[in-house]
Design a protein around this ligand. Structure first.
Ligand SMILES: [Zn+2]
Length: 306
C-alpha cells in the first residue's frame, strides 16, 4: 500500500511512500529512497511502530545520500529475502559491523549490478550506505569467495546454510564480534575444501562459547564433583553428576569431544573417527541451539520438508 508523505500523515512500518523526501517523525528523522518507479520508506525497516510526519523536506537522491554514511566491510551473507517487486533485503555478518541488514535495490532484476552474489554463504566486499535507521542500503557487492564446491554439493550446502542460519538466528544485531566473523569465514573455507564430519558440530560448540552460552563441563554444577559427570543439565548451562542427574546423558567420549571443541583443539577433532560419538557431539549442539532459538534449524530439516 502506498502512502503520500504529508505533514500530519501517519505512516506504518515498511510502508511504501510515493515521494522522495526526508521526513521527520515523532520519533526521529527517517528518509525515503527511490525504489524503481516507486519510493520505499527505508527509515522504518524492522520497526513495528507507526509514526506521525511533522516535517517534510523534498530531496533529490544525491542529497539524501549525503545524509548517509558510506562505509566498506567484508561480510558473509546470512540470509536474503524478497522486498517489493525487484529488491532484496540482505542479512550479513561483517568483520567490522557484526550483523547488519541492508536493502539491495533492483537485486531481482535480470541486469542487477549484484548479479547472483548476494546469496547466503557468499563472502563479499561490500559498500553500504548507513543512515540512522536499522535497515541500510547495499551500494556495491564484490565477491571474495562464492564457495562453488559447497554450492554444488547438497550435503556441504546443507551444513553451510545451517551455519549461516544459526548465526542469523542466534546473534543479535548489536553483537558485533570479530571472533564470530573469523569463525564463519574459517568454517566456510574449511567446508569448501573438505567436508569433515565434525565441522558443523565444532562450529556450533564454538559459536555457543563465543556467545557465552556453552556449558561448563569441568564439574557438576550442583556439587562440584568431577566424577561421573555425564548429564547435560536440561537448560544446557552445565553438567551434572550421577547423584544430581537430569537432562541428557552424554558419555565420556562425547564430553571429551565437546571439551576439545571448546578448548580450541579443532584439528584433533577433525581426525577423530568414532562415528557414533561424532553424531551425538553434533546432535547435542543442535539441540542446545534449537532450544535457544526456540525452533528448528530449517536447513538441517530440508529432507523432511519434501
Ligand atoms: Zn553433583
Amino acid at each position: 500500500m502506498s502512502t503520500r508523505a504529508e505533514i500530519g500523515a501517519t505512516v506504518r512500518s515498511e510502508t511504501e511512500i510515493e515521494d522522495s523526501c526526508i521526513i521527520r517523525t515523532n520519533w526521529g528523522a527517517v528518509d525515503t529512497r527511490s525504489h524503481g518507479d516507486r519510493w520505499f520508506h527505508t527509515g522504518l525497516g524492522g520497526n513495528r511502530r507507526s509514526c506521525c510526519i511533522f516535517d517534510l523536506v523534498q530531496r533529490r537522491s544525491e542529497e539524501i545520500e549525503a545524509l548517509l554514511t558510506l562505509y566498506s566491510d567484508q561480510v558473509v551473507v546470512l540470509r536474503s529475502w524478497k522486498l517489493g517487486e525487484s529488491d532484496r533485503i540482505v542479512s550479513m555478518y561483517g568483520a567490522q559491523n557484526g550483523k547488519i541488514r541492508a536493502v539491495a535495490k533492483g537485486a531481482r532484476k535480470t541486469k542487477s549490478k549484484f548479479g547472483g552474489r548476494i546469496e547466503p554463504i557468499s563472502f563479499l566486499n561490500v559498500q553500504i550506505w548507513k543512515g540512522n535507521s536499522e535497515l541500510h542500503i547495499l551500494n556495491q557487492a564484490d565477491s571474495i569467495e562464492l564457495f562453488p564446491s559447497t554450492k554444488g554439493d547438497f550435503e556441504k550446502l546443507r551444513k553451510a546454510l545451517a551455519i549461516v542460519e544459526v548465526v542469523d538466528e542466534l546473534v543479535g544485531e548489536s553483537d558485533g564480534d570479530f571472533d564470530i566473523f573469523r569463525l564463519l569465514v574459517r568454517v566456510l573455507g574449511q567446508l569448501e575444501k573438505d567436508d569433515s564430519p565434525f565441522i558443523l558440530g565444532a562450529f556450533l560448540w564454538r559459536l555457543l562459547q563465543i556467545q557465552g552460552v556453552a556449558p561448563d563441563l569441568s564439574l557438576c554444577m550442583e556439587c562440584g564433583s568431577t566424577e561421573g559427570i555425564n548429564y547435560l543439565s536440561p537448560d544446557g548451562s552445565g553438567i551434572l553428576c550421577e547423584v544430581h542427574r537430569g537432562g541428557r546423558f552424554i558419555d565420556d567420549e562425547v564430553r571429551h569431544l565437546i571439551e576439545m571443541a571448546l578448548g580450541g583443539e579443532v584439528s584433533r577433532l577433525l581426525i577423530f573417527d568414532d562415528l557414533v560419538a561424532r553424531v551425538r557431539f553434533e546432535e547435542v549442539a543442535i539441540e542446545l541451539v534449537e532450544n535457544l532459538i526456540a525452533h528448528r534449524v530449517k536447513a538441517l530439516h530440508i529432507d523432511s520438508q519434501y
